[in-house]
Every structure is written in structure tokens, then in C-alpha cells.
Design a protein around this ligand. Structure first.
Ligand code: CP
Length: 303
């Protein structure tokens, strides 16, 4: 992870270890010590989609590292009126020190990073959500003290979360099973890339056997609203509920990147079970891990 974080392919195992050590340091020392890795730096946060966690955790994170976060609603930028990604990258590189971007097309952020002379961090595209999965892996390690665990993702296996979780399994050696219907099967190319760490299984009851962590996400992601009725019908047998969780390992934990839709992808009694659900620890860790990502990138560039 030198300049950009566009997918989890941009980070190796040694860097992940360093990242998690820094994340732990930031989490344990929040508010106690000053960290000035972003002192005097302005970071543009470009959002083309809604966000609660990502926007707030990045704004607070940049501020806590001594920098200046600028929230940029892409619909109010010329980018939203047809200015090219390349021209935007050239111009913003002359004002800013870094860009965090949430948008639709992964190709667009790859173009942005190719042209920009400043770091670009992917804050979610239709294809990948690397910052989320770094926080998820950190959360699993906090709970289990190891990533030698079985994590089962239940739901849309072709989603940005599933894609990034598969890359996370490859990065860490974590055993991962994606339980999804054929219509939302994981990408064959990513499955091949992440073998032997990731398997695909159509039957959620079979997939979840022995799972230490069960993860799901909304069935209708941003940008897929027109498919809502079809997705709800096809994915209904994949709801994470108490009956399904009873088939997992003892002390299984529930993960969700949030926002959650109780009664759709997860039942309320799983989502709100304080022994089982660790979703708010997971959400909190977005802040700590993203501070570590930004610190590592700017420390690398300063070397
Ligand atoms: N998990 C996640 O990215 O949340 P937001 O959409 O609220 O940023």
C-alpha cells in the first residue's frame, strides 16, 4: 500500500500486520495523544452515494490526524455535470493532498488514481469496499485473537462486500464460504483468484456449519434499487436468523457492514442480540482502521 488503496490487492500481509498494529495504537490512545501525520494536509472526501459511517469516520479521522477534511458532494461538483475524471484528478491534485472517494464505477476511481499525483482511497464502489473489510478483519482479530477462523457471508455473493471479503480471505488465509443463490453467485474470476481460501455454496444451512463469524449485507445495494422486488424474492431463503445461526459454531458472532434492514437480510433478534451481534464494534473500527490507512500512506510518501 504505497500511494492508493483501491482494492485489497493494494496491501500485502506484512503491511496488514503493520496496519493492524497502528489501528490498535490509535484505538487504545484515542484522545490521549496527538498524531500529526496529516498536519497541514487537506483531504477531499468525494461522495456520489449516501453514507453515514464512511463519511463521518473519515471526516473525524482526518481531523484527529491533524488534517482538514473537505466533504465534496459529487452532484454539486462539475464531475457530476460531465467534467472528466482525468481533468478532475489533475485539478484536485493541485489543491488537495489526498482523495477519499465513494462512487459507482471502479474504473472511474482507477482512472482517478492513475492521473492524480496524490493518494486515492476507495470508500466504496459497486465492485469493492476495501476500508470496510479491513475494519471487519480487524474486528474478527480483536474477538478471536487470530484470523484462523471460518467466516460465512450469506446473501448477494456478487456484491462489493462479498468481492472484498474474498480478497480479504486470500490476504489473511481466513477460511471463507459465500452462501448465495446461483443468480447472485460470486465472481468466478475472484473465486479463482482467492482459491483455496474461498468456497461458494448455494445452501446456507450447509455453508454455516462450524462458522465462527456470519456476515450479511443489504439485499438491495445503492445503485440496484430497480431490482428490489426480484432481489427480495430470490434472496428470502438467505435471511440470517436464529434458526440459521443455531447451525453455526458455539459462540458464533454476527457481522454486518450496516445499514441493516431488519426483517430482510437479518432478523431483528439476531441483529439486536448483544451476545451474538458485534456490528457496532465493527462500525467503530472503521474510524481506527481508516486513520491507520491514511497514516501509513502519508508516512510511506514522506520516506
Ligand atoms: N458500511 C458503510 O459503508 O456504511 P455507510 O454507507 O453508512 O458509509
Amino acid at each position: 500500500m504505497y500511494k492508493d488503496l483501491l482494492t485489497l490487492r493494494d496491501i500485502n500481509a506484512a503491511e496488514l500486520e503493520e496496519l493492524f498494529a497502528l489501528t490498535t495504537y490509535f484505538k487504545q490512545n484515542r484522545g490521549k495523544v496527538g498524531c500529526t501525520d496529516l498536519k497541514g494536509k487537506s483531504i477531499g472526501l468525494i461522495f456520489a452515494k449516501s453514507s453515514t459511517r464512511t463519511r463521518v469516520s473519515f471526516e473525524v479521522g482526518v481531523h484527529e490526524l491533524g488534517g482538514n477534511p473537505l466533504y465534496l458532494d459529487s452532484t454539486k461538483m462539475q464531475l457530476g455535470r460531465g467534467e472528466t475524471v482525468s481533468d478532475t484528478a489533475n485539478v484536485l491534485s493541485r489543491y488537495l493532498h489526498g482523495i477519499v472517494i465513494r462512487t459507482f464505477s471502479q474504473a472511474d476511481i482507477e482512472e482517478l488514481a492513475r492521473v492524480a499525483t496524490i493518494p486515492v482511497i476507495n470508500a466504496l464502489t459497486d465492485d469493492y469496499h476495501p476500508c470496510q473489510i479491513l475494519a471487519d478483519l480487524f474486528t474478527i482479530k480483536e474477538y478471536s485473537k487470530t484470523l484462523d477462523v471460518k467466516c460465512v457471508f450469506v446473501g448477494d455473493g456478487a456484491s462489493n462486500i462479498a468481492n472484498s471479503l474474498m480478497l480479504g480471505a486470500k490476504l489473511t488465509g481466513m477460511k471463507m464460504v459465500i452462501a448465495s443463490p446461483k443468480e447472485y453467485a460470486p465472481s468466478a474470476a475472484i473465486l479463482k483468484e482467492c482459491a483455496p481460501y474461498v468456497e461458494w455454496c448455494e445452501d446456507p444451512a450447509e455453508a454455516i456449519k462450524g462458522a465462527n463469524y456470519v456476515y450479511t449485507d443489504v439485499w438491495v445495494s445503492m445503485g440496484f434499487e430497480e431490482e428490489r422486488a426480484k432481489r427480495l424474492a430470490t434472496l428470502a431463503p438467505y435471511q440470517v436468523n436464529k434458526a440459521l445461526m443455531a447451525l453455526a459454531a458455539k459462540d458464533v458472532k454476527f457481522l454486518h457492514c450496516l445499514p441493516a434492514h431488519r426483517g430482510e437480510e437479518v432478523s431483528a433478534d439476531v441483529m439486536d442480540d448483544s451476545n451474538m451481534s458485534i456490528v457496532f464494534d465493527e462500525a467503530e473500527n472503521r474510524l481506527h482502521v481508516q486513520k491507520a490507512v491514511m497514516s501509513m500512506i502519508f508516512r510511506n510518501l514522506a520516506k
